[in-house]
Write a protein that binds this ligand. Structure first.
Ligand SMILES: [Zn+2]
Length: 87
């Protein structure tokens, strides 16, 4: 999947390898410490974007992401991938 970052109005590129394909995984943020400190807003789940090439996990709170399949995305709209074709 590709990840559109709505506040930036552009697609996510991996912070490590600059790949632009990710797997989506829900990441639980629950901790007893957060509840004890009355920070329950931080107990929600985060959206994890796992880079399909290098495995780096980008973690996002809130609803700023839009997940799109490759068929929904024009290749020219994606950030340049310096390693494209080498995986
Ligand atoms: Zn990566």
């Amino acid at each position: 999947m590709h990840v559109y970052v709505m506040p930036l109005k552009r697609f996510l590129a991996c912070h490590v390898c600059e790949g632009n394909l990710f797997l989506q995984r829900e990441i639980k943020m629950n901790t007893t410490g957060m509840s004890f400190l009355d920070l329950d807003w931080a107990n929600k789940s985060a959206d994890g974007a796992i880079c399909r090439r290098c495995g780096y996990v980008h973690t996002f709170m809130g609803n700023g992401l839009q997940w799109l399949s490759p068929e929904q995305v024009k290749p020219e709209d994606l950030p340049a991938d310096p390693l494209a074709g080498q995986q």
